[in-house]
Design a protein around this ligand. Sequence first.
Ligand SMILES: Nc1ncnc2c1ncn2[C@@H]1O[C@H](COP(=O)(O)OP(=O)(O)OP(=O)(O)O)[C@@H](O)[C@H]1O
Ligand SMILES: [Mg+2]
Length: 397
Amino acid sequence: MKTILVIDDDDRIKTLCEKRLGKFGYNVIVADGESDILQILELNGIDLVLLDQIMPGKDGLEVMEMIKHGSHLPVIMMTAFGSIDLAITFMQSGGVDFVEKPIDFDILNIKIQKEILAAERLKKEILDRKHAERQLLQAQKMEALGRLAGGISHDFGNILSVIMGNAIMALEHLPSGHPAVVHLSQIDISGKHATTLIKQILAFNYQKNDQAQSIQIQPIIDEVFTYVKATLPSNVKINRNICASANKVLAIESKIHQVILNLCTNAIEAIENDYGTITMNCRVVSATDIDHAIISDITSKKYVELAIKDTGKGIDVATLEHIFEPYFTTKKQAGGTGWGLFIIHEIIRECGGAVNVESQPGKGSTFRVYIPCINQPRKRENQTCRYPKLEMENTFF
Ligand SMILES: Nc1ncnc2c1ncn2[C@@H]1O[C@H](COP(=O)(O)OP(=O)(O)OP(=O)(O)O)[C@@H](O)[C@H]1O
Ligand SMILES: [Mg+2]
């Protein structure tokens, strides 16, 4: 129910508005020029203000200035018959419309509906724009972080080679029972971990120039499904729903493979030692069905939606803020690099898509990946998978 604030010093007008607008289904709140208008606005969730032009306390224009200060609330002025000049001054000051007294309530109702609708649209546009700005900032931040990390990794790789090379040479000079052997071996092991991490970062940066091709997502899901199923711990089950659509996307097959595998790996890790299920879902959705908050820059009529749902431990709000940042991990002890989701985010962004997550602590998580389709569904094609057999060395975890 929409709420309308009627500001008028004449009690008869207020009562009339209450009755007539009430009949149209509005919740009507009344006030006069002496009332604390700002407090009324703050407490009552007002959708539109109906304002008298001339009042003994503050006059209409003064009240409107106060209302409009920092808000987009629509204000319709009630003018005395023949005060068109004043009405025009009012509209120039930010009012949206005016009605003449005696009020024709049928016309007023149409104006109210129109203005509330316009205000809602404006509010949504402002919210969408703010969201798009935030997304752009986040994307720029991610890109800068990625570039920085890539540069550092390159130099760091060289330094690491020297450290590890010297540790190995020192090991060769020592007899096997020497107490320093344990410490030097530890340098070697940790150096290898660091090398793996650097390889991931560098590979990610170098692969950026690979050519995208027109591909189907389902065969890649099938491939990952078969691999993950064969390697799952016994406490985790995996299900898959087949996508019947033949829509294709423009993407690099190995990268989409990496996306799905990274999401599955996270899902398995989130289930930890409990019993749990992972569900892989793929479908084609119309762009109009996707929330604008997820993809602000819609480029296709249809998108492939890939969802990986798990019944794991879920993610709290504070953690959710950071999960797509490189190096952000809650698995430091287990050797997590914090690169998995950042890579997913970047790969999907390069495809013109988006990644969305829905999660609550204790209630599992659903990661949804949207990739724009490049064609309309055609006759179903042979879906044999062209993807090469998965090799662990080529895979990011
Ligand atoms: N399905 C999930 N359920 C719960 N938390 C998740 C899930 N996926 C990601 N996270 C959280 O997001 C963080 C970042 O994930 P990301 O894949 O980027 O790195 P990681 O898994 O910690 O490390 P790596 O991928 O290198 O093993 C994780 O540490 C975890 O806290
Ligand atoms: Mg991960």
